[in-house]
Design a protein around this ligand. Structure first.
Ligand code: FAD
Length: 315
């Protein structure tokens, strides 16, 4: 079976859910090989990757990889593409993943597709464009297909793989050493799931006002992440890292609850591939209703407390 390389996305050795999604998808296309880039590889990581179907795990755990931004990851993948000739490379369509994918495409003279939400037989990628208004099916016609998939595009399903380890040495070029990481600053810690990985996102807009506690309470009652529109982040009501949309983060959760958000095209670009969209808005003509599955026309300050009460009662 054709080998599919899957770049593991991990932070301090903790594997991100999107990696398990990529392995699940890779199993439907061929034989997945996970590529671990950077320090922090452990038996737990090996067990997790094997549990989701990695037949092989290429381990390049040199500290250099973490020290020099993303270029070393692209070099590592390029050398594996050269030596193993995989049928495709799957990468998470995150900020870092997209940069790795682009650099890898240049290095291997291959085509790249980013922001995909699915890949079918023959490596035909499904990709929303124009802010999600049009779905395109595209295929790489040159070199090795490099496809970056949005987190939450597919459900991770476990299916054991052999998990055979192979150490890989990376000889970094001078170019890869061009930008060194001098400090890592952790985002404010929160018990909530990471926005782009969350299965449920509760987002608030200008209609919420400066006090976002009602959105946080609803999010916590559902185990969800909090998101916000740009009107909110620009007003300084909630931090920019939670902005959803064209100039914020792209999310594709199972459930997206939009409260007090009008549904401008720039906001929709970041959330309209959510599986189910629920709207709470007092204006029945707001554009967000065009993509809503259902919702409540009403004042969110009256609707959300009742919703939270009802969810809490049913727990
Ligand atoms: P508004 O448009 O003001 O809507 C508020 C909504 O709340 C209204 O529909 C109103 O009916 C409702 N409401 C008010 N009070 C209540 C209440 N008590 N109960 C229920 N409903 C209530 N925006 C993004 O979100 N993300 C982006 O990444 C982004 N990028 C952009 C990039 C560019 C280049 C540009 C030009 C704009 C971008 N924007 C982005 C801004 C975007 O155009 C909108 O201005 C913004 O999304 C509006 O935010 P909002 O829906 O919260 O506010």
């Amino acid at each position: 079976m054709a080998e599919i390389l899957v770049l593991v996305e991990q932070v301090d050795g903790e594997i991100k859910k999107v990696t398990l999604e990529l392995l699940t998808l890779a199993r439907s296309l061929g034989e997945p090989s996970a590529v671990w880039a950077g320090p922090g590889y452990t038996d737990t990581a090996k067990a997790r990757l094997s549990e989701y179907g990695a037949e092989k795990i290429y381990v390049a755990d040199s500290a250099d990889i973490a020290d020099y931004l993303v270029a070393p990851k692209a070099e590592l993948l390029a050398s594996l593409v050269g030596s193993r000739s995989p049928a495709a490379v799957l990468i998470a369509s995150t900020t870092e993943g997209k940069e790795v994918a682009g650099r890898l495409a240049i290095k291997t003279d291959s085509g790249v597709i980013t922001d995909a939400v699915g890949v079918a037989e023959g490596f035909v990628a499904e990709q929303p464009v124009f802010g999600g208004g049009v779905i395109v099916h595209s295929k790489v016609s040159r070199g090795t297909p490099i496809i970056a998939l949005r987190p939450n595009s597919t459900q991770p399903v476990a299916a054991a793989g052999a998990g055979a380890e192979e150490k890989v040495d990376v000889a970094l070029s001078d170019a890869a050493r061009g930008a060194r990481v001098v400090e890592r600053v952790k985002e404010k810690t929160s018990s909530r799931p990471e926005l782009t990985e969350a299965a449920i996102v509760v987002s608030g807009g200008r209609g919420v006002g400066a006090d976002f506690s009602i959105i946080e309470q609803l999010a916590d009652s559902l185990g969800a992440a909090v998101g916000a529109s740009r009107a909110v982040t620009d007003s300084g009501w909630y931090p920019h890292e939670f902005q959803v949309g064209q100039t914020g983060k792209t999310v594709a959760p199972q459930l997206y609850i939009a409260a007090g958000i009008s549904g401008a095209i720039q906001h929709r670009a970041g959330m309209q591939t959510a599986k189910t969209i629920v709207v709470i808005n007092k204006d029945a003509q707001a554009p967000i209703w065009e993509i809503a599955d259902f919702g409540v026309v009403g004042d969110l300050h009256k609707v959300l407390p009742q919703l939270i009460d009802e969810i809490t009662k049913r727990k």
